[in-house]
Design a protein around this ligand. Structure first.
Ligand SMILES: *Cc1c(COP(=O)(O)O)cnc(C)c1O
Length: 398
């Protein structure tokens, strides 16, 4: 029998492809590309990779990444968004785009740890100075401002000590200066808890210039991908950051973009559910004699609760407890190890509840608490089960 002649590879590859006409679906199509095809050399020459007005190369976007950028801009109340390979890369991008040798950046003392490490290492090596200010004392921000300050970071709350700063007060101080940019890490708020671009009133508009978010957390909700977003409302500022973004080569994987697009429709439901469960568990902890503090901005008595209440009604499902100093780190570790539903791991806003011990001395220059801190991220389990899990694990403290 004669063997079948294989088809020519050219006929397989050059087979004409037409996107389907007359087909509708709920989710947008997933367009993946490194190479983007041009209809002619003239079309290729007419488009420059230094602009994102059209498609030139996968690194600079496909229709799928452009859709996510538009949706995050809408979520944040901004106008333009750039996607980055992680939330930390979003922070790096803002610093790299807006600072140069001789400049100074101000960072809250309780900020996301790796952002502080970036300042102490790479930014310092590039000749960019930094100062950490106490976000709970607006006077500390005023005192830290210098003629070379070009960028001020805000974060609300600090994601370990959960201290909620007086954002309008901090913005008012930063706004006295025309020559600096204010950037806010909005990962906790997720674009839902407060409007980072519009924190003041009609009489006194106050807002950040740049808002970053780790899409890794709530927008993804899956604990299975990394992505960041940098959102602006001012075209000139966006262009400045975009130019650096395009030269740095920080692309995002379109499968991950698809996963975030799939998770976004349930963002508000997940945020509300994790908020409800988080507050219930935090309230349970606040009645326990083993802890001296429950740090959750929606709990009365938690640091900055009144600042949270002034601009938020919602909160992320995230809080910390401080154990009585009579429990040493071996006891606290034993408690964490005894948890069954809570897993041990970093990050938050995923489906599985997490517990992590933190050394307060590494997070705060002068911590207000003496005991050992454990941070809980609340997942999507039944809250009664989570309470029962904490209760059974407390036996390990004794
Ligand atoms: C997780 C997190 C980041 C960094 O996000 P990654 O995607 O993990 O790099 C930045 N800021 C805050 C407040 C975070 O919680």
């Amino acid at each position: 029998m004669a063997k079948k002649k294989p088809p020519s590879s050219t006929s397989l590859i050059a087979h004409p492809y037409q996107p389907p006409a007359g087909f509708g679906s709920v989710q947008p199509a997933v367009h993946k590309a490194s190479t983007v095809l041009f209809a002619s050399t003239a079309a290729l020459r007419a488009r420059t990779w230094k602009e994102k007005t059209g498609y030139t190369y996968g690194l600079h976007g496909t229709p799928t990444t452009f859709i996510l950028e538009e949706r995050i801009a809408t979520l944040e109340g901004g106008l333009q968004t750039l996607l980055t390979p992680s939330g930390l890369a979003a922070i790096t991008l803002v610093n790299a785009a807006l600072l140069e040798s001789g400049d100074e950046v101000l960072i809250p003392d309780n900020a996301y740890g790796p952002a502080k490490e970036l300042a102490k290492n790479e930014l310092a090596r590039w000749g960019i100075a930094h100062r950490f200010y106490d976000p709970m004392d607006p006077g500390s921000l005023r005192a830290a401002l210098s003629p070379s300050t070009r960028l001020v970071w805000l974060e609300a709350p600090g994601s370990v000590t959960m201290e909620f700063p007086d954002l309008p007060a901090l913005l008012r101080i930063a706004r006295e200066r025309q020559d600096l940019v204010v950037a806010l890490d909005n990962t906790w708020g997720a674009g839902l808890a407060f409007d980072a671009f519009a924190l003041g009133s009609d009489a006194e508009p106050l807002g950040a210039d740049v808002v970053i978010q780790a899409l890794t957390k709530y927008p993804s909700g899956g604990a299975d991908l990394l992505m960041g977003a940098v959102t602006t409302r001012d075209m000139a500022l966006h262009q400045r950051i975009k130019a650096t973004h395009m030269r740095m080569g920080w692309g995002v994987g379109v499968n991950d973009v698809e996963a975030v697009l799939r998770a976004l429709p349930s963002l508000m439901l997940r945020y509300a559910a994790q908020d409800r469960a988080g507050r219930e568990l935090a309230a349970w902890w606040s009645r326990r004699p083993e802890v001296t503090a429950v740090l959750h901005p929606a709990l009365a008595g938690s640091p900055g609760h009144e600042h949270w209440a002034a601009i938020c009604s919602q909160a992320a499902g995230l809080f910390s407890i401080v154990f009585d100093p009579r429990f040493d780190s071996a006891r606290v570790d034993a408690f964490i190890d005894a948890l069954r539903l809570f897993k041990i791991g970093y990050s938050w806003a995923g489906p599985v509840s997490l517990a992590v011990p933190y050394d307060l001395r590494l997070i705060r220059k002068s911590p207000a608490w003496a005991g050992l801190l454990v941070r809980f991220s609340i997942g999507l389990e039944q809250v009664e089960d989570l309470i029962a899990d904490c209760e059974q694990a407390l036996a390990a403290l004794r």
